[in-house]
Design a protein around this ligand. Structure first.
Ligand code: GLA
Length: 388
């Protein structure tokens, strides 16, 4: 990456490289903006930003994947408006940093990513967090503040009303473990996965148009549920406060569609706790059943799945050695996450590829998910994947 940087900018003097991973969420979907629980894993697939001081007062970005560049005098950055392109992620972060009192230095940046875009593996947060670290350089920002700052950039400048999960796991990810985040207290607990499981993500290779408008609509429906429930249970500030028992009492007073949305969130939050218990007990069968229950709830109550995801889940569940499968991330395309015996992996890959291609005429990409560490400066550039 250093050679490419030198070729692009003429010099690599003072170069530093920062990495931020993508993620796969094991369980707890659409619960983060309801201040509940999530259980993501940071991936080896990550975004890398190589950066060095630029001599001419400008911030310059080059995306290898898109083969696109952009530049601005640093003095103009605070006043930029969203352009609805990939540059909104780093610029949104830069504006939040300015807002937090940091100065943006003139820098050249080269961006390389192995997180597939639009796959529900959180390429956006990986870009935000790696760009934030590159912009900060030696300046220190508390990791939790960094996660919140990147989330604000996405909610504000980018305009996607996301929860904190993606930015948080990209920063706090751990090798060999999942992280159970309490999205209200913003504390987390490390969850070690049993040895005898393999985790694979399967990419549908589709992203339906609906994704971002439906996401916003779901956040509004959850807020509507909270408003109605709070009339009967005044302490209710988010769906996190609604226990399954409370939900049973209020369900009939909610409009049917709002009731279904709330039911997903309430049951999904409970499933995260149950999954943590099953995981600690090494009960892989139960972990798999909870995956499946989560998917059905997303499919029928929250209605954020799609034919491609449902097909992949059903196909996976019919295979030997597969404990469970579910959609992961926002939905309407992107990936499924699959929990299986390690011996089942080879047959799984082959069959899923064959079946999906036969049904949709698309070759799915399949990724082995190996829990990795969170964002940091890269000290050994040998660990950086080659340009694709
Ligand atoms: C997207 C958002 C996250 C989360 C998931 C759904 O990935 O960025 O904050 O809401 O969808 O669980």
């Amino acid at each position: 990456m250093i050679d490419e940087f030198r070729r692009l900018y003429g010099s690599a003097e003072g170069i530093r490289i920062f990495r931020a991973p993508g993620r796969v969420n094991l369980i707890g979907e659409h619960t983060d903006y309801n201040l509940g629980f999530v259980l993501p894993v940071a991936l080896q697939m990550a975004t890398f930003v190589a950066t060095a001081p630029s001599p001419d007062g400008k911030l310059r970005l080059y995306s290898e994947g898109r083969q696109e560049s952009a530049e601005w005098p640093v003095a103009d950055i605070g006043a930029l408006r969203p352009s609805h392109r990939w540059t909104d992620y780093p610029i949104g972060v830069a504006q939040e940093l300015i807002g937090a009192g940091f100065a943006i230095e003139p820098l050249n940046m080269l961006i390389r990513s192995s997180v597939p875009e639009g796959s529900g593996l959180s390429s956006s947060a990986a870009l935000e967090v790696s760009a934030a670290l590159a912009l900060l350089g030696d300046l220190q920002l508390d990791p939790l503040e960094l996660a919140r700052l990147c989330q604000r950039a996405e909610r504000g400048f980018v305009g996607m009303p996301c929860g904190i999960m993606d930015q948080y796991i990209s920063i706090f990810g751990r090798e060999h473990a999942a992280i159970c985040i309490d999205c209200r207290s913003l504390e987390h607990q490390v969850a070690l996965l049993p040895d005898e499981v393999a985790l694979l993500a399967v990419n549908t290779m589709v992203k339906h148009e609906l994704a971002s408008s439906a996401y916003k609509e779901r956040t509004e429906q959850c807020a509507a549920a909270v408003e109605i429930i709070a009339r009967q249970f005044p302490g209710t500030a988010s769906l996190r406060d609604v226990t399954p028992e409370i939900f049973e009492q209020v369900e009939a007073s909610l409009p049917p569609i709002i009731a279904r949305r709330a039911r997903h969130v309430v049951t999904e939050d409970a499933r995260v706790g149950q999954f943590m218990q099953a995981c600690a007990a090494g009960d892989t069968e139960r972990m798999g059943k909870l995956f499946e229950a989560s998917h059905r709830s997303l499919q029928h109550d929250y209605e954020v799945s799609c034919d491609e995801l449902d097909f992949l889940v059903d196909a996976a569940l019919a295979l030997d050695g597969v404990y469970g499968a579910r959609m992961t991330g926002g939905g309407f395309g992107g990936c499924t996450v699959n929990l299986m015996r390690p011996e089942a992996v080879a047959h799984f890959r082959e069959e899923i590829h064959r079946l999906y291609f036969q049904r949709f005429g698309i070759a799915p990409h399949i990724y082995f998910c190996c829990p990795s560490s969170g964002a940091a400066e890269v000290k050994n550039s040998e660990n950086i994947p080659a340009a694709t």
